[in-house]
Design a protein around this ligand. Sequence first.
Ligand SMILES: [Zn+2]
Ligand SMILES: [Zn+2]
Length: 114
Amino acid sequence: MPAYYKDINQCNICKDEYTSSFIEVMPGNRIYLCQNCVEAARFNFIWICLNCGTAYLRPKTTVMKRRNGYGIKEAIMLGEMKIIQGIYFCIKCNPEGILEQKQQKTNCLGQNGH
Ligand SMILES: [Zn+2]
Ligand SMILES: [Zn+2]
């Protein structure tokens, strides 16, 4: 199929590039991502807020240390694209919800290591 027949959409991660490639983070929820962001997904986990559309990148090494095994290894084994995960709300659009989660998971998305 010729490229110009495909949907071209703004990249949901960087909101900078336009791209025709997307993944479904949840059924019916398409996340478009450009080549740059596919590259970024090799080294980072990417969370995207399905509510407000904000994308969050975390270096894999940091995440691996803090969330020992919790679904992350499985995600890697399924392939790079699965490293992008949809979340229903983020700290921008629901700070209280995030705080509740944080109490259970001891600041896993907190400050950077360095
Ligand atoms: Zn992008
Ligand atoms: Zn949000």
